[in-house]
Structure formats: structure tokens, C-alpha cells
Design a protein around this ligand. Sequence first.
Ligand code: SF4
Ligand code: SF4
Length: 92
Amino acid sequence: MINIDDLLAKVKYKPDTVSHLIPNMELCKACKNRVCEKICPAKVYEWDEKEQKLQVTFENCLECGACRVCCPHNAIDWNYPRANKGITYKNS
Ligand code: SF4
Ligand code: SF4
């Protein structure tokens, strides 16, 4: 069986300084199920109840696109990180 931790161990990050993932906070506030928190394999999204905002640890993004596809409100302005930033795979 595929183990997500084994896969994550093969990833190298070169984080950008600005987020390539920009959720629409008004839509996120009204969101009932926050599927992004459950679907993201890298745990990028976490709802902050106190701040009433979606925290986005974009530096850990695997660029799989699952959050973009699964968000029921099409709330994420999703882009790839800028050139030469983001992930590479150690074995590729
Ligand atoms: S699923 Fe979409 S609308 Fe809901 S919290 Fe996540 S990004 Fe926001
Ligand atoms: S693209 Fe994939 S890894 Fe990146 S935030 Fe969305 S679900 Fe998580």
C-alpha cells in the first residue's frame, strides 16, 4: 500500500515568498464542510476559528490540484508557484 509519508519524503521544496494559493475568505467563512482541510495530502489548509480565516501553509503544497477541483465554491485562486519555486522530486 502507498504510504503518504514515504511519498512526502521524496519531495524537495523551494518555497516561494508569496502564496500561489489564495482562497476567497468570504466564501471560506460561509463554507460548511471545508473539504480542503480533509482532501489536502500535505495539510496545507487549516481553519482558524479565532481569526475566522483559513490558514494556508502554501510552502508545503505538492501542486496536486486536488483542493482546486474539490472546493465546492470554486473559492481558491490557484496558480503554480513562480518559476524555479515549488516542489521537485528527489528521484526524478
Ligand atoms: S472548501 Fe473551498 S470554500 Fe470551503 S474552506 Fe476550503 S477553500 Fe474555502
Ligand atoms: S494543490 Fe494539493 S497539496 Fe497543494 S494545497 Fe491543494 S490539495 Fe494541498
